[in-house]
Design a protein around this ligand. Structure first.
Ligand SMILES: NC(=O)c1ccc[n+]([C@@H]2O[C@H](COP(=O)([O-])OP(=O)(O)OC[C@H]3O[C@@H](n4cnc5c(N)ncnc54)[C@H](O)[C@@H]3O)[C@@H](O)[C@H]2O)c1
Length: 359
């Protein structure tokens, strides 16, 4: 195969994919699909006005009709999380390479449907859109850690601040069974990254989350202020926190503490691509690292790079940056966080694994 023919399904966040796919000459955007006519027409307008493609792009209101048409090799699925399994299974059964937006699914039963479909498939690339993994910022941080520049990682953190009041949220961000709010929908990226920085899976987790000024359990509401404490299998500790009620000049700040140094950073400055301060080798050295703005992907770190990786996986058989198992590990984390919020207990990875296996 010399060129990969892509279809994109779900044209809100999916529009980001629409914009990135044709940027490489080995990728062709051949179809778009959304059950919402206004979204579909909006996407066609964007394609016509901005992309200057020399070939036609088919449009579909129905995913099933797109699959029946069949004249594409890969599909990007960007529909609400509770529909991920349903659409991904159909694509896998139709023999398509799949780039599925994060999160993998909302629950273990849905994840198991995808796992079973993948087990029956052969020669298919399946990648999950935890694109921050593919960013230059994360690669640089991992490189410093893996070279031993800060010693053994003992503590990692990622704190996110935004003000979401008055914003109209899609239905699936208001209910946990459909996907949940920022704690699940956004911080899942950073739970994933912190585990990479810690170099280990989580062992147990305690989560606290409520409305401002409230205390107690959070069994069914979406927390807008939350903090989550992880203990990793390496013994390292981690903390992910969220405030959705805070006007803040920064969206996120993160850091990694080792026995021999510390790295901390801002993922969006400068120019939406990120910067690091690294104090290494006993803090005797300091390096300030700025990632080039040309590598920024419209506010989504690693977004363009994840497409390059998906393409290389299809054309060259290279490993994907986020596999089913990588994304399943994040699902274990977010399910554990949810259970801890509801029960007020510390929840272990083992407990979640047993639930996933139906024990
Ligand atoms: N990786 C990231 O950084 C990132 C950022 C934003 C959103 N996302 C993910 O992308 C997905 C979509 O998010 P969104 O904000 O665009 O959601 P959204 O609800 O705004 O849009 C989803 C679109 O999918 C369409 N759709 C739903 N079911 C469909 C079907 N069966 N066939 C065709 N179209 C269908 C809807 O009509 C809608 O236009 C979610 O899984 C979300 O978590 C990822």
């Amino acid at each position: 195969m010399e060129k990969i023919r892509y279809a994109v399904v779900g044209l809100h966040h999916g529009l980001e994919h629409v914009n990135v796919i044709p940027r490489n000459s080995q990728r062709q955007l051949v179809a778009v699909c959304d059950q919402d006519r206004a979204r579909l027409e909006g996407a066609l307008k964007t394609i016509k006005e901005n992309l200057n493609l020399k070939y036609p792009v088919k449009d579909f209101l129905s995913y099933e009709q797109l699959l029946d048409w069949n004249e594409f090799d890969a599909v990007v699925i960007a529909v609400p999380p509770h529909l991920h399994a349903q659409l991904a299974v159909k694509a896998i059964e139709a023999g398509k390479h799949v780039l599925l937006e994060k999160p993998l699914t909302c629950d273990f039963a849905q994840a198991s449907q995808i796992r079973q479909a993948l087990q029956k498939a052969s020669n298919l690339v399946f990648q999950v859109g935890y694109e921050v993994r593919s960013s230059q910022l994360v690669s640089k941080t991992l490189q410093l850690i893996q070279q031993g520049e800060i010693g053994q990682v003992v503590f990692v953190w990622w704190h996110m601040f935004l003000k979401n009041e008055g914003k109209q949220l899609p239905y699936w961000q208001k209910e946990r069974r459909y996907g949940g709010g920022k704690l699940f929908d956004c911080l899942c990226h950073y739970m994933d990254i912190l585990s990479l920085f810690a170099g280990a899976v989580f062992d147990r987790v305690s989560a606290f989350g409520t409305e401002v000024g409230q205390t107690g359990l959070n069994p069914d509401r979406i927390p807008r202020v939350a903090t989550v404490i992880f203990e990793y299998a390496s013994g390292a500790k981690g903390n992910v926190s969220l405030s959705e009620v805070t006007p803040s000049p920064e969206n996120s700040l993160f850091g990694v503490v080792g026995t021999d140094g510390i790295i901390y950073g801002n993922p969006w400055r400068p120019e939406g691509a990120g910067s690091l301060d690294a104090y290494t080798r006993g803090c005797l050295y300091r390096e300030q690292i700025s990632i080039s703005g040309s590598l920024a992907s419209r506010g989504h770190l690693g977004f363009a790079e994840q497409h390059d990786a998906f393409q290389q996986a299809i054309l060259k058989g290279e490993p994907v940056p986020c596999s089913f198992e990588d994304a399943f590990e994040v699902l274990l984390m977010t399910r554990a966080v949810d259970r801890s919020l509801a029960t007020g207990t510390t929840v272990s990875r083992q407990e979640m694994l047993e639930e996933a296996l139906g024990r």
